[in-house]
Design a protein around this ligand. Structure first.
Ligand code: ATR
Length: 277
């Protein structure tokens, strides 16, 4: 691609119509007056390996990747960052000028930047974290919490064996707690993170008793629809500091936008409002 071409980026998924990423990137492109377009692109899984390498020829400088392609793109990419390898999935691709595809995972970055921005005085080293869920989102959260120095993570999941597998992968700072016992360990936690889909619109509510939450603890729900989940509402009633899930979606988009369009965007109330509209 010659440098005079307008850079294109996409979010690749199947389905992809629900993705909020086009709103986020579209807002920033307009705000900063940049040339570029960001579109949703529905690619069927069996066509991914064929189509992905051809996007660069069409003028694409990169892409975000969502379900169900986040693991598969790792097999197609030529270069994979350490953090994507650790998490086992990629959400951000860069189509380099030399034709190679670079895969990164910015979910963990988005997760921790969201907490840092909302609760700047949170110190990861002062106490344990409790993490609900053992899926793909949990991997990104665990890798990041360990990286920033959280001393111990109490991990609980409905299907215990998935949590045990994460302990195997991430080591002894992870301690697996029975799902039905999860309410009993909340009082120890400085940070509580829900990575499950419980509480999301149309999904069951979290049934873990939350009354043990410690006042002052930070409670983060990765669910952002609704914005204020029952977990967050209860946490507020308990005197906790709450961090909603929308900020993670916004912060994880920052590194890709900067790389593709050449400007580091700011996550502020205006972009939140634009995405919620
Ligand atoms: P993601 O990549 O978003 O993390 P996932 O890999 O499908 O998605 O994981 C979803 C998480 O939500 C899992 O921890 C899942 O628990 P299981 O491993 O037991 O399936 C959790 N989850 C989904 N529905 C749940 C429910 N009704 N009760 C408890 N946990 C649930």
């Amino acid at each position: 691609m010659s440098d005079s071409k307008i850079p294109l980026a996409a979010v690749i998924g199947h389905p992809v119509a629900h993705s909020k990423s086009p709103n986020v990137h579209g807002y920033w492109l307009r705000k900063y007056g940049l040339k570029g377009h960001y579109i949703p692109m529905d690619i069927e899984p069996e066509k991914l390996a064929d189509l992905l390498p051809r996007l660069a020829d069409l003028g694409f400088v990169g892409a975000n990747v969502t379900i169900p392609h986040k693991e598969k793109v790792m097999e197609i990419a030529d270069l994979i960052t350490d953090r994507a390898t650790l998490i086992g999935a990629a959400n951000t691709l860069i189509f380099r000028k030399d034709g190679r595809i670079h895969a990164d995972n910015t979910d963990g970055y988005g997760f921790i930047e969201n907490i840092r921005q909302t609760v700047p005085d949170w110190n990861p080293r002062t106490g344990p974290a409790v993490v609900f869920g053992a899926g793909g989102a949990s991997r990104a959260v665990l890798a990041t919490l360990l990286d920033v120095g959280v001393p111990q993570i109490l991990l609980t999941n409905r299907t215990r064996i998935r949590a045990e597998k994460l302990k195997e992968d991430f080591g002894n700072r992870i301690q697996v707690v029975e799902w039905v016992q999860a309410g009993n360990v909340l009082e120890d936690a400085d940070l509580v993170v829900n990575t499950t889909s419980l509480g999301m619109t149309g999904k069951p509510e979290m049934r873990v008793p939350l009354d043990g939450l410690k006042p002052g603890a930070v409670v983060n729900d990765l669910v952002y629809s609704p914005l204020k989940t029952r977990l967050l509402a209860t946490a507020e009633e308990c005197g906790c500091r709450v961090v909603d899930g929308l900020g993670m979606l916004l912060h994880q988009a920052v590194p890709g936008f900067e790389r593709w369009f050449g400007k580091r965007p700011v996550v502020d109330d205006a972009v939140r409002a634009a995405v919620l509209r």
